[in-house]
Ligand binder design. Structure first.
Ligand SMILES: NC(=O)CC[C@H](N)C(=O)O
Length: 609
């Protein structure tokens, strides 16, 4: 009850405070987002915008020209280029456009583009983030440990030098470095995907009546079942063969083998946003030839009645080898990983592929069983769901943030890509991506994400609320948590303003004596705390503040006017308000002046109110 009341007051306080700002925003922003973008990039001399420059700036936010979400923009550019017979030398993507043409060209994709330039993606400073990733990439490249798998000749032929990393965030920001276009077979990285299909279609109860959820603590192809006579989990060979039998016998029993192959490949393609998923027939044939252990597992499970009725084991085994032999690239796999990071919705196509509950289950098993016998250590050191494969792939999912795929063929003793594991470990040393990194207090790691509910925004509301209601204990807590007590809201109102105007002498004293906040900040109307106390008739506070000011002058401690900090987080709340009841004109808040500015993660651009 108390909480609801307090929330209500906070909301009312904020709404009242924000209302004029929101209105002003709307009045001032009759110009739409397209105009603001044009103003950001156009050349004052020619009055034209260089599309080359514009697209380059868009790329710094992580949006590529090939992104399906800006397909219309790219097509419009081609149309305009064709129609206007542009001067030779300029291509569709480098032509210069006037304001009206530019607006027409970008209009269909303006929501995404505006989001990009307002730094509203999950990784706002994408340039800064990928710079660190690049450093980690080069560090891992020099690691020459490990041995390329050679149980079949097609894998043995891969170069130990190959090393690529691709990233796709849940907002579809893309980055790739190294050998990201060389095709390789999925191998065990197909296991979480077939498991997800089974979960999506059958639900966890059915699936887990056939396969467990425990790490086996044994080799990935160990001839062993759990105490229920089930394979331990879907990430090891026995469990994956069993998952294939579920798709085969329970989900699509009526399909021919060829149709089942197409069925699974189609899922993989959709997960990758329509990217190129191929099939390597030579690998498939070799896998089938060199599969004594896998056949042994298959028969052992049949002996133990692990499969659903009507299972054709020979077909199931072929189906399993086919799934392992699907061919892909780092690039495509990073989108698949991002789809898992995004609760089953592909970030580039925005197609819903799996239900969020399915993805949660898949990630849970990846977390505990995804890297063979290294799973326990990986969960400890990296603290993120991952899946490795014998071809050198390492799929890493940072839930609600991004998917990463690292590929390098040399494997360690346990069968994980040496560079892949190193990359994951280095990554969480730099960024606070480990599941149990504390996001609020751990300061030794970088946090590149934008948090949807920025704690800073809420804490200033809390801080001001505490001061206004005379809660010294709460103020003390804010101070203990390391918060900047001099923070001001959009109107330049500080905790001291509010404590003074509400007549809370104990708060005023605490703020000045313990927190050493400046005694004379001016709000946007030029009022200082002492003026507030005077206006509201709190004479004891007026007296105290005047004495303090005299002392301050005498001590020459505070000579200059305090600097009032308008927090960006404050503005962010306002921007969120504006965006409620979203429409084109409502999205039209101003853009940062520099699209490519690589500010820090907390340094969100100020809307130019
Ligand atoms: N570790 C793996 O990637 C295993 C896949 C491999 N094709 C096998 O079944 O043996």
């Amino acid at each position: 009850m108390e909480f609801a009341y307090r929330e209500a007051i906070m909301i009312e306080y904020y709404c009242l405070r924000c209302l004029p700002i929101v209105n002003r925003h709307r009045e001032q922003e009759q110009r739409n987002a397209e105009d603001v973008l044009f103003d950001m990039f156009y050349n004052e001399e020619t009055g034209l915008i260089s599309m080359g420059k514009f697209l380059a700036a868009l790329k710094t936010t992580g949006i590529r020209r090939s992104d399906p979400r800006i397909k219309e923009l790219m097509e419009n550019l081609k149309k305009v280029h064709k129609l206007s017979n542009y001067e030779s030398g300029s291509s569709a993507e480098t032509q210069n456009l006037n304001r009206e043409t530019f607006k027409a060209v970008v209009a269909q994709n303006i929501v995404l583009i505006a989001k990009a330039f307002r730094q509203q993606f999950v990784i706002p400073d994408f340039v800064g983030f990928v710079k660190d990733v690049e450093d980690i990439y080069w560090k891992c490249k020099s690691n020459t440990d490990g041995k390329v798998a050679d149980y079949i000749p097609q894998l043995a032929r891969y170069s130990p030098e190959s090393w690529g990393v691709s990233i796709c965030t849940i907002d579809g920001q893309r980055y790739s470095i190294g050998d990201v276009d060389i095709p390789f077979t999925l191998q065990s990285c197909s296991k979480p995907l077939t498991y997800a299909i089974a979960l999506e279609k059958l639900g966890p109860n059915v699936v887990h009546s056939y396969v467990g959820q425990e790490p086996s603590g044994r080799n990935f192809n160990e001839l062993v079942l759990d105490y229920n006579n089930k394979p331990h989990n879907p990430m090891i060979n026995a469990g994956a063969i069993l998952t294939c039998s579920l798709i085969h016998a329970l989900i699509k029993p009526e399909m021919t083998m060829a149709e089942k192959f197409d069925y699974v490949m189609n899922w993989f393609k959709r997960l990758s946003g329509g990217d190129n998923i191929g099939f390597n027939n030579a690998v498939f044939l070799s896998e089938r030839e060199a599969a004594d252990r896998n056949y042994a597992l298959g028969f052992y499970m049949r002996e133990n009645k692990c499969y659903p009725k009507r299972t054709n084991l020979k077909e199931v085994m072929d189906f399993y080898f086919q799934c392992c032999s699907m061919e892909t690239t780092c690039e495509a796999m990073s989108v698949i990983a991002a789809t898992l990071a995004n609760g089953g919705i592909c970030p580039t196509t925005e197609e819903k592929i799996f239900r969020p509950e399915v993805v949660r289950d898949v990630l849970s098993i990846m977390h505990s069983c995804g890297t063979y016998d290294y799973s326990g250590q990986f969960a400890f050191k990296v603290g993120l769901p991952a899946k490795s494969g014998v071809s050198g792939g390492m799929m890493l999912v940072i839930p609600n943030v991004m998917g990463i795929f690292a590929w390098s063929p040399p494997l360690d003793q346990l069968g994980n890509s040496v560079r892949g594991v190193q990359f994951c470990e280095e990554l969480v040393n730099v960024f606070n991506f480990h599941r149990y990194d504390n996001l609020k207090h751990a300061t030794n790691k970088k946090d590149p994400r934008k948090h949807r509910y920025e704690t800073k925004g809420l804490s200033i509301v809390n801080l001001l609320f505490s001061a206004a209601s005379g809660d010294v204990t709460a103020l003390r807590r804010h101070r203990l948590s390391g918060m900047d007590i001099t923070l001001a809201d959009y109107d330049g109102r500080t905790a001291l303003h509010l404590a003074a105007s509400e007549g809370h002498l104990d708060c005023v004293r605490f703020l000045l004596e313990q927190c050493h906040v400046p005694h004379n900040p001016k709000d946007r109307w030029g009022n200082m705390p002492v003026d507030e106390a005077e206006n509201f008739g709190h004479h004891n506070i007026v007296e105290y503040l005047k004495e303090w000011a005299e002392k301050a002058v005498n001590n020459e401690e505070v000579a200059t006017e305090a600097v009032v900090k308008n927090t960006e987080a404050d503005e962010e709340l306002i921007t969120q308000d504006i965006k409620t009841g979203y429409d084109r004109s409502a999205t039209a808040s101003p853009m940062p002046s520099e699209a490519s500015s690589s500010s820090g993660p907390d340094d969100h651009s100020r809307p130019g109110l």
